[in-house]
Write a new protein. Structure first.
Length: 158
């Protein structure tokens, strides 16, 4: 399925993910080029060595770097589960793409492809007007939500 075949909320999400991925690629690519130009005299291995050194120099940079590594691990698990559920091929490319380019770029591209798969399956998320407040239908035709009895106002729950 292509973007021109997608409509409604699925299309809006695809456009958002696509634009975010492009912006992430542009910003992070520009930062990467600036870093490489600044460290060019160190050679290819020196650039990587200097990057890792700079990323781990102080507690603030260690905090940001550790946070990115941990969220990358969690998002990798999410991408693997979703790719198996929706039949998205080459999930390894999105996972490897995060440290190779940027997490904001590779994850946005994954979410774009994921949304295309959801739209193709006809199981897009419900729109804001499709869900009545405080329960009710989920907006998907034929889906009956599980009902859970609410405690009455005057009784105490154990």
């Amino acid at each position: 399925m292509r973007l021109r075949d997608v409509h409604g909320r699925d299309r809006s999400l695809c456009v958002f993910y696509g634009l975010f991925g492009l912006a992430g690629t542009a910003v992070m690519g520009a930062l990467a080029v600036a870093f490489v130009r600044e460290n060019m005299d160190a050679g290819p291995y020196g650039v990587v060595r200097n990057f890792v050194h700079d990323a781990l120099t102080n507690l603030a940079s260690q905090f940001v770097y550790a946070d990115l590594v941990l969220i990358w691990a969690a998002l990798s698990a999410f991408m693997i589960v979703e790719s198996r559920r929706l039949g998205i091929r080459y999930v390894w490319a999105y996972i490897v793409g995060a440290p190779a380019l940027a997490l904001c770029a590779s994850f946005s591209v994954f979410m774009y492809v994921r949304q295309l798969k959801i739209a193709a399956a006809g199981a897009g998320p419900a729109g804001p007007g499709d869900v009545p407040p405080f329960g009710g239908a989920t907006g998907r035709k034929g889906h009956k939500p599980d009902t859970v009895p609410l405690p009455s106002a005057g009784r105490r729950q154990a």
